[in-house]
Design a protein around this ligand. Structure first.
Ligand SMILES: *Cc1c(COP(=O)(O)O)cnc(C)c1O
Length: 233
């Protein structure tokens, strides 16, 4: 049974002469798994390949030191750490080769055309400032709640299955399979008790397919279709 980590040997083997970029999620949005980013960055560096990480789940939840970890490019989205919707950020290590994807005006140092969304940018900055100030207390609180929740649910229901790794995981993420119980039905019942949970990521809402993340870590589809993901807020 896999728990959702990138296989570093496989990563090394998959680098070719024409590889210019390695892009790996910092933390998974479904099962909360935090990848061995420092090791991955080192592999990229050794191969002289730029390393990008989708840090959308991790920024605001995990302390991140781009220099220590060796990250070249890092993307984030403000609304995932209580900032405004519609604004994100890309950290670019100086000296990293960078090609803009939007042509037009040269403002913003020729990195992105278009007039900048000042309110959004200020909102993102303020949100990250607040998140950073509170990160340790917030994480300690989330961890306590998460451990309590897991302890209670696994002691009361023998068949439930916690997906992903329990240690290298976002503090506020739980992903559980309830074999034999219909996910949607469970959600309705939880909702009537005032508990918010989801049976899939927002990106795949409406889809009846089992989660590709759970399938990739080797869950049978009966587990992957009947799971509930809960982000403590
Ligand atoms: C939410 C999310 C995104 C998408 O960000 P949006 O700004 O909501 O479009 C990308 N990657 C991960 C890991 C996410 O959790």
């Amino acid at each position: 049974m896999k728990i959702g980590f990138v296989n570093l040997e496989e990563l090394k083997k998959s680098i070719r002469d024409d590889t210019i970029l390695i892009s790996i999620m910092f933390a998974n949005n479904e099962i909360g798994t935090i990848q061995p980013i420092k090791e991955i960055a080192q592999i990229a560096k050794d191969a002289k390949v730029v390393f990008h990480t989708d840090c959308v789940q991790a920024v605001g939840n995990v302390k991140i030191d781009v220099s220590d970890l060796g990250i070249d490019l890092l993307s984030m989205s403000a609304h995932k750490f209580y900032g405004p919707k519609g604004v994100g950020g890309l950290y670019v290590r100086s000296g990293t080769n960078f090609e803009k994807i939007q042509d037009g005006g040269h403002q913003e140092k020729n990195k992105r055309a278009g007039t900048e969304n000042v309110a959004g940018i200020v909102g993102l900055g303020k949100a990250i400032e607040i998140a950073d100030e509170n990160i340790e207390n917030y994480n300690a609180k989330l961890l306590k709640l998460k451990n309590y929740f897991i302890r209670e649910i696994t002691s009361k229901y023998e068949n439930v299955k916690i997906n992903g790794d329990l240690k290298q995981r976002l503090p506020g993420n739980i992903n559980i399979s309830f074999p034999g119980i219909d996910g949607e039905e469970l959600l309705l019942k939880l909702d009537s008790q005032g508990i918010c949970a989801s049976a899939g990521s927002a990106c795949s809402s409406g889809s009846l397919e089992p989660s590709h993340v759970l399938m990739a870590i080797g869950l049978e589809s009966k587990y992957a279709r009947r799971y509930t993901s809960y982000n403590i807020r």
